[in-house]
Design a protein around this ligand. Structure first.
Ligand SMILES: NC(=O)c1ccc[n+]([C@@H]2O[C@H](COP(=O)([O-])OP(=O)(O)OC[C@H]3O[C@@H](n4cnc5c(N)ncnc54)[C@H](O)[C@@H]3O)[C@@H](O)[C@H]2O)c1
Length: 332
């Protein structure tokens, strides 16, 4: 059984561990935690009965750890990811992989040189309703895809401060809207242009953005994202796919953030018929992505669902959108 060490016992670290426990995996289990914050690491160690490390070198020296699940603040990903793969541990990296194409390339190259696998935790590709949208579209049942709308709206993160610093979080585009940009690439393939407009908040962050992407397949997509929603507005995800033979529409609302109680619905509208709710398998998407990555390691395959090529393409699109935002020009 593969052993996973969690690096970063913060908000998403807990979601990963709880999500993976819900899978009752037969191939991997979390056995260790590392965090610089003593209270947090001890809390995880006690709650889940993990081995505990105060620094990464200690965890990397543990020969029983096969995979490190990197859940550190975004600006630390590149530096820590390279250390992990050089220690010959497989790595699951929370999004965004890094803030520059060069940094992302360095991580993949270092992993290859050291014979280990890398997967970016692009959880939306594993999210039950989004995965169903992808399955229906790939089956051809919706015809050709004409237009996609995707949105993700919330309030500025309150559990830690680093998200407010654009140099640490990468603002809404890199931090939040990237989920939708990622899924659009998964669904539609290669984009040919990006146009973005946005509004800066009081701390000079573009935390409210609108983007238009055009894809080689002929489809257009509009994506909006905000971390500036009114206090009390629920965390919201939306997607609408208009095809030549029908429309799919997904709506999801939670409480203040993704870790709160939620309600979601996927509807399918066929020409001339009343809309029907699409039944979707119920599973934890974070658990599913971790199980998928562990499976890739056991079978010796690269994670095709989140391929290196796709990760690089998504990052290039986010950077193009950010440049367009600043200059008001079309990019790519
Ligand atoms: N996929 C998703 O839905 C989703 C949601 C939220 C966050 N994220 C991503 O997850 C990552 C973490 O976000 P978060 O909200 O959990 O952050 P967080 O601040 O809650 O957690 C980060 C943890 O890392 C620890 N840490 C910081 N420096 C360290 C070091 N040098 N060594 C060991 N531990 C250290 C902190 O003490 C903290 O416990 C970010 O990259 C973010 O983009 C993804």
């Amino acid at each position: 059984m593969l052993q996973i060490g969690l690096l970063g016992a913060g908000m998403i670290g807990k979601i990963h561990v709880d999500g993976f426990l819900s899978m009752n995996s037969k191939i991997a289990r979390y056995t260790a935690v590392c965090d610089i914050d003593e209270t947090k690491r001890n809390d995880f160690a006690q709650r889940y009965n993990f081995r505990v490390f105060a620094d990464l070198d200690g965890m990397l020296a543990d020969p029983d750890i096969d995979i490190v699940d990197l859940c550190l603040p975004s600006f630390m990903h590149e530096q820590f990811a390279v250390r992990i793969v050089k220690a010959k541990k497989h790595i699951l990296i929370e999004k965004p992989i890094a803030f520059t194409l060069e940094a992302a390339r360095n991580i993949f190259a270092a992993a290859r040189e050291n014979g280990v696998r890398t997967m970016v935790a692009q959880v939306i590709r594993f999210w039950p309703e989004y995965a169903k949208v992808k399955e229906i579209c790939d089956s051809g049942a919706l015809g050709d895809i004409v237009t996609v709308y995707a949105g993700r709206l919330g309030q500025m993160v309150t559990w830690v401060d680093w998200y407010k610093d654009p140099a640490k979080s990468g603002e809404t585009l890199m931090n939040l809207t990237q989920h939708d940009i990622d899924f659009l690439h998964y669904l539609l393939g290669k984009p040919v242009s990006a146009y973005s407009a946005g509004t800066c908040d009081a701390s000079n962050n573009y935390n409210d953005v609108m983007n238009i992407f055009r894809f080689e397949c002929g489809a257009n997509a509009m994506v909006d994202g905000s971390l500036s929603m009114t206090a009390g507005y629920p965390f919201t995800m939306r997607m609408r796919v208009l095809g030549t033979r029908g429309t799919l529409e997904f709506t999801y609302t939670a409480g203040e953030n993704i870790d709160s109680e939620s309600a979601s619905m996927l509807m399918w509208y066929r020409p001339g018929e009343k809309g029907k709710k699409v039944e979707v398998e119920d599973y934890d998407p974070y658990g599913k992505e971790i199980e998928y990555f562990a499976g890739c390691i056991i079978t010796g395959k690269d994670p095709e669902t989140v391929s290196e090529q796709s990760v690089m393409q998504v990052l290039a699109s986010i950077l193009a959108a950010r440049e367009s935002l600043a200059k008001g020009e079309m990019k790519l």
